[in-house]
Design a protein around this ligand. Structure first.
Ligand SMILES: Nc1ncnc2c1ncn2[C@@H]1O[C@H](COP(=O)(O)OP(=O)(O)OP(=O)(O)O)[C@@H](O)[C@H]1O
Ligand SMILES: [Mg+2]
Length: 448
């Protein structure tokens, strides 16, 4: 087979690299995914029997970004086995497509061997997942000629894996037993993608219009833009909208994070396409609980049907002095259908991150009305906890309340039978009972 391709200079460097780990990263639209696809196909054609694994975080992304283009490109060249999700070449080479939506999903590759692993959007993978995959990156025994196992990564700044990708490839800070010569970083810029500049010059204008931090990261590939930022996924342009009238049939619920210092209440609605909308917020300082209860009731117009209010679990504790709990006080104030929030922090943040993560179609699953200024102020300012991996810092404390209410809200939508580690197995917080998610599509369960 002859493929006519014209890689740009950076793509050529990516093709030529034989480093143990090559990362092609930086700005959006630089041509990274194209380079990854072509590189793996060239390797499969040029090396008899090479076993290749190409991974993305979710099945949906994999399908859009790689399966469909590969089906087109390899038509008549390699056979696609749908069950195994793999392309089989006549020379014994194989490109298997996979995804790893939860931390534990990498285990499915344990014990397998691939000479080449391609990790697309590597910053969407955790460090643990990356290291687990390096163990599968070895001689498979099906090649007749010697071949040095290697991994190719593509990435944009931001995401749960931002820190480890930056450490290994950008900052080049190595731990014991990591060898600097194993890591090569190729920086990509959208301006270098002649194809895109020619066919979609507006795309650069779109990147230019992004808010400062995101623009630095997405247009110039600036890895320090998101330093310590807990939700680099948050994109004001995509995750907010002007207020509109919520259709009556959408399910509405509220989420409450109560604290005497500061209380945050959010009103949410579930659209018919299952997108979550935060349509109202109230915050208050130095409010006793009965005042908070009144605030919630008074801020909800009489005709508005609220299914439930998910609230901080400590409100269920009884005060020794009075024998009453926060639940009793709120109920007396007229807040009905109170549900105890699932307060598992790290799983909760992960679920929220999934909501903010834009799928290949760039369709947001969580949209916040621009009138919810407190939530919109806090969400981008939330920082990583320097001591607890994957947790948000508790300081400055006033930033945490609205995001925590949002975390309770998204956790209340997690199906109870999700068997993965992103959410607890048993959950009484989902309302109404969800339909079972398709087994193979993680993105699906978010949206029930
Ligand atoms: N050398 C090339 N020849 C032809 N088309 C190309 C080339 N490089 C990139 N493209 C095309 O440019 C577009 C953007 O490239 P691609 O999706 O690979 O960028 P990306 O860096 O992965 O973007 P993102 O950061 O959004 O993931 C795609 O349509 C891709 O097919
Ligand atoms: Mg890409």
């Amino acid at each position: 087979m002859e493929i006519q391709i014209q890689p740009n200079e950076k793509q050529r460097a990516f093709f030529e690299s034989q480093a143990r780990y090559t990362a092609y990263g930086g700005a959006r639209g630089g041509g990274k995914s194209w380079a990854m696809r072509m590189k793996l196909v060239l390797l499969a054609l040029g090396n008899d029997g090479v076993q290749i694994l190409l991974l993305r975080r979710t099945l949906g992304e994999l399908r859009e970004n790689h399966l469909l283009p590969l089906l087109k490109l390899l038509n008549g060249v390699a056979k696609y086995a749908a069950t195994e999700k793999e392309f089989r070449f006549p020379n014994g080479s194989r490109i298997r497509l996979g995804y790893c939506d939860s931390e534990g999903d990498v285990l499915q590759f344990q014990g397998q061997a691939y000479e080449v692993i391609g990790l697309e959007e590597a910053t969407h993978f955790t460090e643990k997942q990356f290291f687990a995959l390096t163990e599968c990156n070895r001689w498979s025994g099906s090649m007749a000629t010697p071949f040095r196992p290697r991994m190719y990564l593509t990435c944009n700044p931001g995401g749960v894996g931002h820190e480890w990708v930056k450490r290994l490839f950008v900052d080049r800070r190595y731990r014991e037993n990591e060898h600097p010569e194993d890591y090569l970083f190729i920086r990509s810029l959208v301006f270098e993608n002649a194809y895109l500049m020619q066919n979609d010059p507006d795309y650069v204008r779109t990147l230019l219009a992004l808010p400062e931090t995101r623009r630095r990261a997405m247009l110039y590939g600036d890895w320090s833009a998101f330093e310590g930022c807990f939700f680099p996924e948050f994109d004001y342009g995509k995750h907010t909208c002007e207020p509109f009238d919520i259709p009556r049939e959408w399910i509405r619920f509220r989420a409450l994070d109560y604290g005497l210092d500061r209380t945050a209440v959010l009103w949410l609605a579930v659209a018919s396409d299952r997108t979550l909308y935060v349509y109202r917020e109230r915050t208050a300082s130095d409010f006793v609980l009965s005042d908070a209860g009144r605030l919630i009731v008074d801020s909800t117009p009489p005709g508005e049907q609220i299914r439930y209010t998910v609230a901080s679990p400590d409100l269920w504790n009884r005060r020794q002095e009075t024998g009453r709990s926060g639940f009793d006080i709120l109920t007396a104030a007229g807040v009905r259908a109170l549900l105890r929030a699932n307060n598992a922090r790290i799983p909760g943040w992960r679920v929220l991150r999934e909501y903010l993560h834009l799928s290949a179609s760039e369709r947001p699953r969580l949209v916040i009305f621009r009138t919810c200024t407190e939530l919109l102020r806090c969400l981008p300012l939330l920082r990583f906890d320097p001591n607890v991996a994957e947790d948000a810092a508790d300081t400055p404390h006033d930033l945490t309340h609205a995001p925590e209410a949002l975390r309770y809200a998204v956790m209340s939508r997690v199906p109870p039978n999700r068997p993965r580690d992103a959410a607890p197995r048993e959950s009484v917080y989902s309302f109404p009972p969800p339909r079972r998610p398709k087994d193979d599509d993680f993105s699906d369960w978010l949206a029930y």
